[in-house]
Write a protein of this length. Sequence first.
Length: 163
Amino acid sequence: MRQSVLRILAILGFALLVLNAAAEKTTPLKGVTNVQVDPTVIAKPENVKEEHAANLVQDSLRNAFKSANFNIVDSAPIRAHIVLEEFTSGSGAKRFMVGFGAGRSTVDGRLVVQDADGKELANVKIRVRGNLAFSPYQGNNTQRRQAVSSFDQRLLEEIEKMK
């Protein structure tokens, strides 16, 4: 009986620890009005198939901060950038021949928020893929637009969480 009570107390204690840790979210953008958006860093050039990808995701980050009511300035105490790990339009042939999500477009990266000294305040992984519905019949541009649109939405959601 005593062991059962101790076991239950240990489980409850662990659950409280987990809940407390989940409740403590990082808010590096709390009280911030101005943000500097730095150029995109391409971590794996072999996985970035589009030459305009870095500029596209940097623009997405800039637009997400504007949508979240931040001012984008040339110099600010808070800086943000994307570390791009993969950007592909996918493969129409794979979507048609293989199916099951093969060949879908992908945007994969991390949103990095730093202070003026370069200390990392947040590093959030964001990975989105093109739509699976009707994907065998969609061109690469449609797939890429869907993935980029999803990426834009996820960026905005993550920025809102950091306020």
